[in-house]
Design a protein around this ligand. Sequence first.
Ligand SMILES: Nc1nc2c(ncn2[C@@H]2O[C@H](COP(=O)(O)OP(=O)(O)OP(=O)(O)O)[C@@H](O)[C@H]2O)c(=O)[nH]1
Ligand SMILES: [Mg+2]
Length: 253
Amino acid sequence: MSRKKTMKGKGSSKSSTSSPNNNKDTGKSGRGIGASAPSNGVVYPSRPSLSNSGEFYDIAFKVMLVGDSGVGKTCLLVRFKDGAFLAGSFISTVGIDFRNKVLNIDALKVKLQIWDTAGQERFRSVTHAYYRDAHALLLLYDVTNKASFDNIKAWLTEIHEYAQQDVVLMLLGNKADATHERVVKREEGEKLAKEFAVPFMETSAKSGLNVELAFTAVARELKHRSLKEPDEPTFQLEDYVNKEMKSAGCCRT
Ligand SMILES: Nc1nc2c(ncn2[C@@H]2O[C@H](COP(=O)(O)OP(=O)(O)OP(=O)(O)O)[C@@H](O)[C@H]2O)c(=O)[nH]1
Ligand SMILES: [Mg+2]
């Protein structure tokens, strides 16, 4: 199978007017309002190409992090990408930013291009433009912030309006490490997720709880959907997540 290459590390985008659809895939990551996004769609294996970068991949997908400002989207991405926690003062994301990470899934290299959106209301029109190209959405709330949980229904409405109908969606209750500040019970998150038929887990960008699992589960689902043989059974994302959490004694880093 031919392999594509992807860029390691961060780069910056000069463009402030680019749309998610009209740019070439440089494999770089971007920062700031309207960071230039690689071109549309799943990148399939059998079309060889090389970008100016270091890491090979077989197939690529776009994943978007959404949710209220301060729920921990940027921290979750940094934890997943770099294995570190951004402690200290909170620097709110401006517009949109992305980072790439290649995962090994069943002997296949799956590149996730992960878009970190600004939760602040004033950037909504910027982020709306990116929903359409997303293959998966991780929707976050903060277990220490009731308003962020109450806003999940509004986020789901927005997602239904702007994202693809078959987008892979997962609900994440972040900051699960903050036991003393917690105001949203795990059961409340589970109930809401059940109501909207979306897989759910609690995460912590601080401790690393379930961070790898959330992204890996999404990558598995996307890979399975793209490469599934007609007679192959469908991958059950929710079952996979529940099984993995159980086998790790509920939660894992
Ligand atoms: N205790 C705890 N704090 C966290 C966690 N994740 C993020 N934080 C803190 O929450 C604050 C906001 O985190 P960000 O990741 O910047 O939030 P965001 O969702 O990206 O916010 P916007 O960019 O404004 O949309 C920061 O002060 C983080 O240190 C977590 O898992 N546990
Ligand atoms: Mg942010």
